[in-house]
Design a protein around this ligand. Sequence first.
Ligand code: AMP
Length: 370
Amino acid sequence: MRIGVLGAGQLGRMLALSGYPLAKDFVFYDMSGSPSAGLGEVIIDREGRLINDFLARVDRITYEFEHLPVDVAERMAQEKPVHPCPRALQVCQNREAEKSLFGELGIPTPEWALADSPETLRQAAEQLGCPVIAKSVTEGYDGKGQAVLKAPEEAADAWASIGHPKVIVEKFVNFRREVSIIAVRAEDGDLAFYPMAENIHHNGILRYSVAPAPELSDDVTDAAEKYIRMLLNELDYVGVLTLELFETDQGLVANEMAPRVHNSGHWTIEGAHTSQFENHIRAVSGHPLGSSAPRGLSCMINIIGAHGDTDRILELPYAHLHLYNKGERPERKLGHVTVLADSYEELVWRVRNTAQFLPGAPEFFSTLSR
Ligand code: AMP
């Protein structure tokens, strides 16, 4: 079976690496002009002229990147199965559509409003009560296209820094920590949930994910599974879906979702019985799902901007190194390391020991450090 992947970055690379043992072949469709998957066949098509060539080469289609035109995915879906469905792509591309769907399904979100000018941004900040966070409705990722307003008077500067015709304004959530849940739905509707991860960001970029997240109550896990199940079923979704949440004293609040495998699930390659990548390939290929149960405790450390001393990391018996074959550039995701352990105490020690070889890795602080 040949799987067509829309997008050609490191997520596509890891999808292919997990699909080869199941005898899948991969064709990547790249509209950015800078593919980095580094394996499989790559079709670079900045103007959308090679869609028919791509369609002729693949049996099923999925994506590893959600910022591509929905009409391209819809056109492809007329010819070949596209999983997840283009509607999922459409919802995840647009923060207004996403927050509206959360609301319709009863999934808690921060209070929000829309603004299309500096003046309406100021009004929204006043109405919601500062601090608020304003985000471009489309095209934002890794904290880009966002501004925090501590007072409504900051609206004009915030508007100029975002530079987008429409923003969503959210009340700033006073969260205890950021968590995510990853789940996968098969063609026959079967579901599997990974244990939730605790995610530590710096400057909007994920740096560490600990899974299973420590100190997680059953109520919180049940709520997260209920929310993602509702989304999967509502969208008649096939494949891996990720839901990012804030954990607060009042429970979970949804931030955003991604219609794909996710950075906060890279730990599953070594840390779960079936990785998120393999389960995604299984789902989109029409196969049964594999177990999402963890194998002990994991922490994923992102390698950002510079590679560091990877040979020293390779010497550590508990660390698993993944390099994406990309050139160094500030803030660029170049690889990750998954550290495994049998206790959280051991995990913290091993993560700190590994991070010392990654220049620029912020010190590891999490619920475990409290
Ligand atoms: P996003 O691109 O929506 O995932 O936002 C990037 C980061 O900004 C998140 O990981 C949070 O750390 C922070 N953030 C986003 N929305 C809010 C909010 N409503 N309240 C507090 N922090 C937020």
